[in-house]
Design a protein around this ligand. Structure first.
Ligand code: AMP
Length: 222
């Protein structure tokens, strides 16, 4: 079950991918997390991509494709994965088709109003990467991670100017990827216009598409 997760920045795809990953016992691979880890550890990759990520620009395709290809070859992905944040360009989608068969693409959609309010209020733990929202999912203690006690911060790519840029980049580079997968009949649209307490309503839509997938492949085997 090789699942691609698409959606505008701020739609909540990371949160949904984490829940799905636990339910289906298949790893969530977040490309943004891989990049942030490299920057935190100040690796060569981290230094190379830092400027792109903090401006809210896409990291060049070649670097991103190489990283994802390697990560998906690891052992934990052998039964599948939820890939969060890739592909974000047509070139990445074409490359991915060459190295992995995609079972389904879940495209999360929400109104502009929901997206803007989610993006501005997000806070991330500097230590473990857990995410919160100042209004929807606040930590028990302001500014402190419930999970590990680390300090929460506003990511540089979530400052107002970078948010604007990320949305512009999304419209220009990533939105065409939706049409690309629609043509290949892999696309499922998930309505994510729900409050955090109603997360089940979003997840149950995903489950319907993923269950059908199981039935489809069983039918093909018969
Ligand atoms: P995310 O956490 O998914 O919003 O990603 C954070 C940042 O990582 C993005 O704003 C980009 O700078 C970079 N990034 C993540 N995924 C990709 C991708 N598929 N291609 C290029 N850059 C990416």
């Amino acid at each position: 079950m090789n699942i691609v997760i698409l959606g505008s920045p701020g739609v909540g795809k990371g949160t949904y991918a984490k829940i799905l990953s636990e339910k289906f016992n298949i790893p969530r691979i977040s490309v943004g997390d891989l990049f942030r880890k490299a920057m935190k550890n100040e690796t060569e990759l981290g230094r190379k991509i830092e400027d792109y990520v903090s401006r809210g620009d896409l990291v060049p395709d070649e670097t991103t494709i190489e990283l994802v290809k390697k990560r998906l070859q690891e052992d934990d992905c052998k039964n599948g994965f939820f890939l969060d944040g890739f592909p974000r360009t047509i070139a990445q989608a074409e490359a991915m088709e060459r190295f992995k068969k995609i079972s389904k693409v879940l495209n999360f959609v929400a109104s502009e109003w929901i997206i803007m309010s989610r993006l501005g209020g997000r806070r991330t733990c500097r230590e473990c990467g857990a995410t919160y929202h100042v209004k929807e999912v606040p930590p028990k203690l302001e500014g402190i991670c419930d999970r590990c006690g680390g300090k929460l911060y506003l990511r540089s790519d979530e400052a107002p100017q970078a948010i604007k840029n990320r949305l512009r980049v999304y419209l220009e580079k990533t939105k065409p990827v939706i049409g690309y997968f629609r043509k290949r009949k892999l696309l499922a649209i998930i309505d994510a216009n729900y409050k955090f307490e109603e997360v089940d309503k979003v997840i149950s839509q995903c489950e319907k598409h993923l269950q059908n997938l199981g039935e489809d492949s069983r039918r093909r085997r018969i």
